[in-house]
Design a binder for this molecule. Structure first.
Ligand code: XMP
Length: 324
């Protein structure tokens, strides 16, 4: 693994206005009079990059929302609509076939992450870059993503350089990462200063591999549908908590349940709710039992096939926040 030294800018040392001005200048210089492309997922990192890129390049930045089929319910339309209100055009691209095609038959977590990287950078962006003539991809990689990949915790889907991947050689474009020196809390400050709405800059983190990070075993459209539904319930019920992140995981094992006096062999959902500052370490949120019971009740009545709901009470480490 080739590690290029990146110097962290700690939140207490961040001069937000200066940072923003420098990054806009940097993007404008690197791209010159060419075109750049970026993918917006609606998370705080890619949203901040979209605004920085837009301020630097205007219409010469092509922003895509890649519908990989792995996002939360209604997410593509919601995010595209939010940016439209800010005057930034986002092109919605249906890439569900590419992603599910690459994930087919895979159960190993790192192989699944690798498949998502390939679908994203090679299949989808390789093609888009060729068609548009763009030579740069602006990416919202942050300091924690690099650190976790380099440390060998888990391969973050957006890490290339640190894994020795020469994007110019393999995919035909360069990757530029304006936020790579910041951790999430600092990115939130930058996002707020860029004028992004609170629903974006204070959004709980969401992983790049999206709901695939919450499916143990094979990622199929049917299994994503279950986790999508479960995620909606968890987010509705826990939105008002001060927790750092909350999520639903679909297990690979089926378990025996009972419904209407008859055996019902069904799925298990694991609920996780974390208290954390920066996702590097985390502790379980001590949710009240009535809240947990309400979630369990909703999961087993509203999500078809779910017969068991568990609550994860470990810490990170040794757990990680997501399941894969
Ligand atoms: P883990 O599961 O490694 O997650 O404890 C730490 C934080 O990072 C998010 N996460 C990701 N974010 N690309 C990202 O941009 C990824 O591949 C990825 N995997 C996990 C996770 O939601 C948590 O906030």
């Amino acid at each position: 693994m080739t590690e290029k030294k990146i110097k962290e800018i700690k939140l207490q040392h961040l001069n937000t206005r200066k940072f923003i001005a420098e990054k806009i200048k940097e993007i404008a210089t690197v791209v010159g009079n060419g075109t750049a492309i970026n993918a917006l997922s609606g998370g705080v990192d890619s949203s901040a990059v979209t605004v920085l890129g837009y301020r630097a390049l205007g219409e010469r930045l092509l922003t895509y929302f890649i519908d990989n089929g792995l996002m939360r319910e209604g997410e593509p339309e919601y995010v595209v609509g939010l940016f439209k209100k800010m005057g930034i055009k986002v092109i919605l691209l249906d890439a569900r076939k590419e992603f599910f095609g690459k994930l087919k038959g895979l159960t190993d977590p790192e192989e699944k992450r690798e498949a998502i990287t390939q679908a994203f950078y090679k299949d989808v962006f390789g093609k888009l870059v060729k068609e548009s003539g763009a030579r740069f991809l602006l990416h919202g990689t942050n300091y924690t993503d690099v650190e976790e990949t380099v440390a060998g915790v888990k391969r973050q889907h957006n890490i290339l350089d640190q894994l020795g991947i020469d994007t110019q050689k393999i995919y035909g474009y360069k990757v530029s990462e304006p936020l790579v020196q910041l951790r999430k809390p600092a990115v939130r400050v930058v996002a707020k200063a860029l004028g992004l709405p609170k629903e974006i800059y204070s959004r709980p983190p969401f992983p790049g591999p999206a709901l695939a990070a919450r499916v143990i075993g094979e990622v199929t459209p049917e299994r994503i549908k279950i986790v999508k539904h479960a995620t909606k319930i968890v987010e509705e019920e826990l939105r008002r908590t001060k927790a750092f992140q909350y999520l639903a995981i679909l297990h690979a094992d089926m378990v025996t349940g009972v419904r209407s006096g008859k055996r019902d062999f069904g799925s298990q959902i694991e609920l996780r709710c974390w208290d954390s500052k920066d996702a590097v370490t985390a502790k379980v949120t001590r949710l009240p039992y009535p809240v947990l019971e309400k979630i369990a009740k909703r999961m087993t009545t509203e999500v078809p096939g779910v017969v068991s709901v568990t609550y994860n009470i470990t810490t990170k480490p040794p757990s990680t926040i997501e399941a894969i």
